[in-house]
Design a protein around this ligand. Structure first.
Ligand code: ATP
Ligand code: MN
Length: 478
């Protein structure tokens, strides 16, 4: 369907057959004997080289063939004598679909900073770096669906608009059709949401989990993979206001099964990328190596592919929160008061603590379990001691938390107790609570932030660079 993509042409054996190329010019180089056009259509990191004779085309036409312009080239596919490619195209004809004035086209063949590229998010997919990231992102998304499909999971579409604050996670984006200049009021003077579109307060979802649980209580194994919204005003390299979350939820899974699934899942999708995105990963690896040249030897990280293979080939370290606190209390940075935040049983680990455990102490991914109940969500199953819950966080080098999950409380009375304890009105969650009344079952699940996974696999330092059009405080332009 459609013309052959450049990726396919580069793998076609050259027999002087006539081919058509369509794509954007990366570079044009003129020498005494020939004109070389490097064309890319986004199907691969590699360009195809098209060659014309010196007097073959008018200066007028050639002037419009500049970086960023879009061309149709017909010619013959021949063996390339130059280094770096096996085939090239001997040009018969050039048609210019669209020019790109070199005086105003912002993407010139030189190094642009990632910050600058964020300001031209409408064009950055045309760079090598971003096209590589977007292809890898696609491959990972595909691998996610394949993994769950093969494992007997069903893809459940949970709502984007919700009336329940899933985790008391707060920080939600409101959805309303009320006129903000003329808000309807109740007799007490509050905003009257009965007049709003849904007849109640509504928000964009922060997680599909609660609805996911409803699905698991019928289909046994489900997963969601959809957009998630958090209005947290955090300008970090790991938070977006809109991100994609993958949330499997499984009936008859206990915490151990949940951990086994999480570990197997991330390993398999990373393996998929290693197998299917070699060229793009190699490109990003070289980019990172280049970037790190300015750092002293001992501060440089493992080459990207080695890092990914390492994660795939080694078991994750599993330990309890309590054990982790012990390690942190014994650690050098704690003893030398180098941590910014204090360490002690009951604290919510901050990213410096997580990174110490993963990057300094264990030097591999870590799964922390059995957190204090006070710092985790109401739906997590209480441990026998009543102090901790069956939570699990998967922590990755350079990223911190990549997965948060738990075994869910399946006991109606205990769950209701927790709902009251954290101050949620049970009326708002009546449907969720009913799953524990009617045919309750042990079950577990987790949430993986898709962009954090893409960040890990691509080695990108900032989460804003692994989603096509990032949403973060004061930014929603494109
Ligand atoms: P963090 O402590 O890093 O903010 P969290 O505890 O709020 O994460 P969860 O509510 O458990 O995270 O969400 C599950 C997963 O979703 C996280 O493990 C992470 O991978 C991802 N995630 C959470 N918040 C964001 C965000 N703002 N942007 C991108 N991914 C996120
Ligand atoms: Mn958060």
């Amino acid at each position: 369907m459609g013309p052959l993509q450049i990726k396919e042409l580069l793998n076609t054996s050259p027999e002087k057959q006539t081919v058509t190329l369509k794509g954007w010019v990366r570079t044009k180089r003129e020498s005494k004997n020939a004109i070389f056009i490097a064309l890319n259509d986004g199907s691969t990191i590699h360009n195809i080289q098209a060659v014309a004779g010196p007097g073959q085309f008018s200066a007028e036409l050639l002037q419009t063939v500049t970086t960023g312009s879009c061309l149709k080239i017909t010619g013959q596919l021949v063996e390339s004598l130059g280094s770096g490619q096996t085939v090239e195209v001997k040009i018969d004809d050039i048609f210019v679909y669209g020019t790109a004035d070199p005086d105003t086209y912002p993407l010139q063949p030189k190094k642009h900073s990632l910050e600058f590229l964020r300001e031209i998010a409408h064009l950055r997919p045309r760079t090598n770096t971003f096209s590589a990231i977007l292809r890898i992102r696609h491959a990972l998304a595909f691998a996610v669906h394949q993994y769950f499909n093969d494992g007997g999971f069903f893809y459940l579409h949970t709502p984007v608009i919700t009336a329940s604050d899933a985790e008391g996670a707060g920080e939600m984006f409101r959805v309303t059709t009320l006129d903000l200049n003329k808000l309807p009021r109740t007799e007490e003077g509050n905003i009257n949401f009965k007049e709003d579109f849904f007849g109640r307060e509504a928000n964009l979802t922060v997680s599909g989990q609660l609805e996911g649980e409803l699905g698991a209580m019928a289909l046994s194994k489900i997963y969601t993979f959809g957009p998630t919204f958090r209005a947290e005003n955090s300008n970090t390299t790991r938070h977006l206001a809109e991100f994609w979350m993958i949330e499997p939820e499984m009936a008859f899974f206990e915490l151990e099964d949940n951990m086994d699934l999480a570990e197997d899942f991330v390993k398999k999708v990373i393996t998929y990328a290693l197998t299917n995105c070699k060229d793009d990963l190699n490109f990003l690896q070289n980019r990172l190596t280049e970037e790190e040249k300015s750092k002293p030897q001992n501060e440089r990280s493992l080459p990207l592919l080695e890092k990914l293979s390492f994660v795939v080939d080694n078991p994750f370290e599993r330990l309890t929160y309590t054990e982790a606190i012990e390690i942190l209390l014994q650690s050098k940075p704690h003893k030398e008061k180098k941590f910014q935040f204090p360490v002690g049983w009951g604290i919510d680990l901050s990213s410096e603590h997580e990174r110490y455990l993963v990057e300094k102490h264990f030097k591999k991914p870590v799964i922390l379990t059995n957190y204090p109940r006070e710092i985790k969500s109401f739906y997590m199953k209480l441990d026998e001691d009543g102090k901790t819950v069956r939570a699990m966080d998967v922590l990755f080098p350079g990223i911190g938390e990549i997965i948060g999950g738990s075994q869910r409380e399946e006991d109606y009375e205990k769950l209701l107790g927790r709902v009251h304890e954290v101050g949620i009105d049970p009326q708002n969650l009546w449907w969720y609570l009913e799953t524990r009344k009617f045919g309750t079952a042990p079950h577990s699940g987790f949430g993986l932030g898709f962009e954090r996974l893409v960040q890990f696999v691509t080695g990108m330092g900032n989460i804003r660079d692994v989603i096509p059009f990032p949403r973060y405080p004061k930014s929603a332009e494109f």
